[in-house]
Design a protein around this ligand. Structure first.
Ligand code: HEM
Length: 332
């Protein structure tokens, strides 16, 4: 740990548990997977020992998701052959939640009859596995009301993975409605350097060999203006212009956030589908700079990020201003 790390007790919980994603001063794409429950030490604290993280933003994030789904139901999609897959994913996620948070959540199952209790939502509901009518919003939407994570289910056939179901309301500039039904390789078509680096092909091989009960995870990152969770292609007109305006806004350190996705990759035992959980964390530059080792590292990453990656991530207009502010904050 860095010698200038502040006392952990001074930092709020969401900073101490922030999944700071940069092991080096320079960033490049890689198949950066690691075991799904590995505790990860950072300069501010620790994260990663749980698959599902329920934090102080739980109710706020779920409210934001419900509002997005009300406005635009295309963020939830399910191909007809995915009914067993969705039930399998729901069972897996509720089991994991109850095991991780027994003080708030309980999951009882007798045959196909289940009872789910979630005290954070004052919720108790009974349902029958496989009977979509037994959950008023159906199993896919119901799952999206219990975890902060977006999720996708990928079906394995013809030797490839196909994105055939999911609820994604907090996409970092992509569209669930557009990608549903596409194979893994095509979904990653827009990623720069993907073919040259071989990252996407190697990632798919890795995922095809994943075993049930052996979850993995990786992080991905970009930046977002304000605490905006929904930066999907569909809502682009609402957020795109902020990317130009923020560069000269005196409020830049409070408005600009490092956006980190903790992505879990889990093989669902009952169906063999791949469950892809995407949990989005946001931390403003000012909060980040409270941990000097983080501020310095992010400044270096932003300064040295190749132009094509900065363009693809949509951060080209403000990354220099952000790096400058971080360097000045460090020198102050
Ligand atoms: C984007 C790698 C798994 C969906 C990306 C990017 C990389 C990447 C490097 C570019 C990110 C950026 O610069 O911000 C990987 C690796 C994986 C993996 C190494 C597994 C080991 C998945 C899975 C899905 C997925 C399972 C399932 C849906 C996407 C999407 C994008 C993306 C939708 C955005 C593409 C766009 O611009 O439209 N991925 N990925 N990834 N990935 Fe993955």
């Amino acid at each position: 740990m860095s010698i200038d790390a502040p006392s952990h007790l001074d930092l709020p919980e969401h900073v101490r548990r922030f999944p700071f994603p940069f092991p080096h001063d320079r960033y490049m794409y890689s198949v950066n997977v690691e075991p799904g429950r590995n505790p990860s030490q950072t300069a501010a604290g620790r994260w990663g020992e749980r698959i599902l993280e329920v934090d102080g933003f739980y109710l706020q994030d779920l409210e934001a998701r419900a509002a997005v789904l009300d406005r635009d139901p295309s963020r939830a999609a399910q191909m007809s052959h995915m009914r067993p897959g969705v039930w399998g994913a729901l069972h897996l996620v509720l089991t994991e939640l109850a095991a991780t948070y027994p003080e708030w959540m309980a999951y009882e199952r007798h045959g196909d009859r289940c009872r789910w209790t979630n005290r954070l939502q004052q919720l108790q509901t009974d349902f029958i596995v496989g009977a979509d009518y037994s959950l008023p919003e159906g199993p896919l939407r119901f799952l999206s009301t219990q975890v902060q994570d977006d999720f996708a289910l990928l079906n394995l056939r013809e030797g490839a993975l196909w994105l055939d179901a999911g609820v994604v309301t907090f996409a970092a500039d992509w569209s669930m409605g557009f990608d549903v039904g596409l194979p893994f390789s095509e979904i990653h078509g827009p990623v720069p350097r993907a073919a040259d680096l071989g990252v996407i092909d190697r990632a798919e091989q890795f995922l095809l060999n994943l075993q049930p009960g052996d979850p993995y995870r990786r992080t991905n990152w970009t930046m977002t203006v304000d605490r905006r969770m929904d930066t999907s292609t569909e809502s682009y007109p609402e957020w795109a212009q902020d990317r130009s305006l923020v560069a000269t806004d005196p409020a830049l350190p409070d408005r600009l956030h490092l956006r980190v996705e903790v992505q879990h990759l889990i093989k669902v035992p009952t169906t063999g589908d791949l469950l892809f959980l995407v949990r989005t964390h946001l931390l403003s530059l000012r909060e980040l700079a409270a941990v000097p080792a983080w501020g310095r590292r992010l400044a270096e990453v932003l300064r040295t990020l190749p132009e094509d990656l900065a363009d693809y991530k949509g951060i080209a207009r403000y990354r220099d201003a952000a790096a400058r502010w971080l360097q000045e904050a460090d020198a102050a």
